[in-house]
Design a protein around this ligand. Structure first.
Ligand code: GUN
Length: 384
């Protein structure tokens, strides 16, 4: 079984058990009080005596202009909103390694009652530290493993990728789009495919190339990957990495590209076609309020365009009006639930039909995507 398959399976299990787990949290806490070894009192337990302490673990610098910067904007927004009821802090550029475990143990030891681990690769370390500190609540972004004191959360980045794909489909002249990809997990594969599906909704003949950099944040590698795609005939680029390097490379080479996660328009005014922006603030506000109210629960949360967590912003002026109208229509459909990106017919790039006409991909399907759709070159590493 490949890692991707294992993840898909675990995700299915996680989705099915999330509700049951949520229902059990209360009972679990009673048992822990009776049987758990003594641990340092958490900030949650001590809430009436002072502010709720909350710490954020970031994989890249807050100045990345993308993924981490957006989490940081969310942190600042809740700090402003909740004032002296909370005390937030962060540690940036923490690798997805034992360093993450060390930093989270320290955060727990400092009296933080709520810890946000904001990258997929922190998963095993979150589980380890959470098991040892049952009074501390953990929120893990993009993971799939929950526990009594671990919730997972993500945004539907694939919806932003699809909206960007529509614009790409209207702008590519070579009919070849490209994606600089980070790490081969279903979330990233789903985003690549969704971008291509958006482009093909405008012109089904569009093909796509992908280059993996196997890191979330490495501007030199991101830039190199973009260069090789451009040299291979790509004239519109997307990325699932954290920095604006792909966009900046597009600017230098006279092709077009998108911002991702954050508004990256300022980095490449000529190349920029739009930014698929994440807003973590609504989710962070909810979690903070729930915790202050003593209502925090484990579970899995996945918010998208409908919940105001994702949008494509600052679409370039030279994008034709009919393409902008297509984006507006898809956005409206995502908002009111009448449109789903993953609606059949969808086939993989070997010709196998995976969703029949009109069939909508359900949660297990979406969380287990480990193939490339028709028109994408190559194979998913470790996938189909
Ligand atoms: N950048 C750093 N970590 C992540 C992650 O887990 N998901 C996404 N989409 N981007 C990231």
């Amino acid at each position: 079984m490949t890692n991707l398959h294992k993840r898909a399976l675990l995700l299915k299990t996680a989705a099915l058990t999330a509700v049951a787990a949520a229902a059990l949290v209360g009972c679990g806490k009673k048992d822990e009080a009776a049987t758990a070894p003594a641990v340092a009192p958490s900030a949650v337990a001590a809430a009436p005596a002072g502010p709720l302490k909350m710490a954020f673990l970031y994989v890249s610098p807050i100045g990345d202009g993308g993924w981490t910067y957006q989490h940081e904007l969310g942190r600042r927004a809740i700090q402003d909103q909740f004032g002296d009821k909370i005390e937030t802090s962060f540690v940036e550029s923490v690798p997805e390694s034992a360093d993450a475990e060390r930093v989270m143990r320290d955060m727990a030891g400092q009296g933080n009652g709520l810890i946000f681990a904001t990258s997929f690769g922190y998963q095993e370390f979150v589980q380890k530290v959470a098991a040892d500190t049952p009074d501390v609540k953990f929120e893990h972004a993009t993971g799939y493993k929950t526990a009594a004191n671990v919730a997972t959360y993500d945004t539907k980045t694939f919806e932003g990728a699809y909206l960007a794909g529509i614009v790409a489909g209207g702008m590519t002249k070579t009919k070849t789009v490209g994606v600089v990809a980070s790490v081969p997990i279903p979330e990233v594969v789903r985003n690549i495919n969704s971008f291509v599906l958006g482009a093909q909704s405008v012109d089904p003949s569009i093909v796509a190339k992908v280059v993996w950099v196997n890191e979330w944040f490495s501007p030199p590698k991101e830039s190199e990957a973009a260069t090789s795609l451009i040299n291979g005939g790509v004239d519109v680029l997307y990325q699932n990495t954290n920095s604006p390097a792909v966009l900046k490379t597009a600017e230098e080479r006279g092709v077009r590209a998108f911002g991702k996660d954050g508004d990256m328009s300022a980095f490449a005014p000529k190349a920029h076609l739009g930014s698929a922006v994440i807003d973590w603030t609504p989710y962070y506000t909810k979690v903070t309020q729930d915790t202050l109210d003593g209502k925090w629960q484990t579970g899995s949360f996945w918010w998208g365009v409908k919940e105001g967590a994702i949008d494509l912003v600052k679409i370039a002026d030279d994008v034709p009006q009919d393409i902008k109208d297509r984006v507006a229509k898809a956005r409206a459909g995502l908002k009111d639930g009448t449109f789903h990106v993953w609606t059949g017919p969808v086939s993989d790039n070997t010709g196998k039909e995976l969703l029949t006409a009109g069939q909508v991909g359900d949660l297990p399907f979406l969380t287990g995507i480990n193939f490339f759709v028709k028109g994408v070159e190559g194979k998913v590493p470790g996938g189909q």
